[in-house]
Design a protein around this ligand. Structure first.
Ligand SMILES: CC(C)(COP(=O)(O)OP(=O)(O)OC[C@H]1O[C@@H](n2cnc3c(N)ncnc32)[C@H](O)[C@@H]1OP(=O)(O)O)[C@@H](O)C(=O)NCCC(=O)NCCS
Length: 209
């Protein structure tokens, strides 16, 4: 039973619990972000089997086989770890074009995002559009104070996506990349709730009628 004088901190549900419970389908102007389906397996294995993608993300095997895609879809569906994993699909024809995710981290005050777009679809603004949707969902459906992301120092496109989404440079680190079986230099970025609030206020003021 709730005591009237109980501290709000104690009443607040843990972020992980809230995130696990709520991974809604996300609609953007050109994308539908939904859970990966069995029907996506062939396309996932085709698009993910690319060194240019695997070498930029932490946990993607390379070569990437059909069995890897089957495993990925099965794990995403159970949401066993509380993460929201999304298939990026086009709103017009439902084509699978990539993946993105909102993840909980060791820090209960934050979430982390990850994303990749299939090479044939690069340079169309899809990565940025998906990141905006993940960020908005993270801040709107949980009470975390910041969202983190990191990219390899050589990953100009990803850095640009993060900058366009309002993330700010925090510093550098070393991360292990499964496909390279090596550690690489990464740049850490963070978007805090206050900055996000200013951005969405600005976006709503400048939106076309
Ligand atoms: C990073 C990635 C998701 C970007 O997806 P995308 O849909 O092409 O991204 P967008 O089109 O929204 O934006 C890309 C931006 O990077 C810029 N860019 C791309 N390559 C660039 C380069 N070599 N030099 C400078 N800018 C570059 C584009 O011009 C664009 O910026 P702009 O809109 O200001 O012109 C995609 O390249 C990818 O999946 N890469 C491999 C996996 C990966 O890096 N994932 C992220 C891990 S941190």
């Amino acid at each position: 039973m709730i005591q009237e004088n109980e501290s709000p901190e104690r009443l607040r549900p843990p972020e992980r619990e809230r995130l696990r419970l709520d991974c809604p389908v996300l609609l953007t102007e050109r994308l539908v972000l939904r859970s990966p389906h069995v029907e996506d397996i062939d396309t996932i294995s085709l698009l993910a089997n690319n060194q240019a993608i695997a070498s930029m993300v932490s946990r993607m095997p390379h070569p990437y086989t059909r069995a890897d895609a089957v495993d990925f879809v099965r794990k995403s569906a159970t949401r066993a770890n509380g993460n929201c994993v999304y298939a990026m699909t086009t709103a017009t024809d439902g084509k699978f074009i990539g993946c993105c995710a909102l993840r909980s981290t060791a820090d209960p005050d934050g979430l982390e995002i990850g994303y990749w777009v299939g090479l044939p679809y690069w340079g169309n603004g899809y990565g940025t559009e998906a990141v905006h949707a993940l960020v908005d969902t993270g801040f709107k459906t949980t009470d975390v104070n910041h969202i983190d992301a990191s990219c390899r120092v050589t990953n100009t496109a990803s850095r640009r996506v993060l900058q366009k989404s309002g993330f700010q440079f925090q510093g550098t680190d070393m991360h292990h990349v499964m496909a390279l079986n090596a550690s690489v230099s990464v740049e850490r970025f963070r978007l805090d709730r206050k900055t996000w609030m200013s951005l969405i206020t600005w976006r709503s003021k400048t939106a076309h009628p």
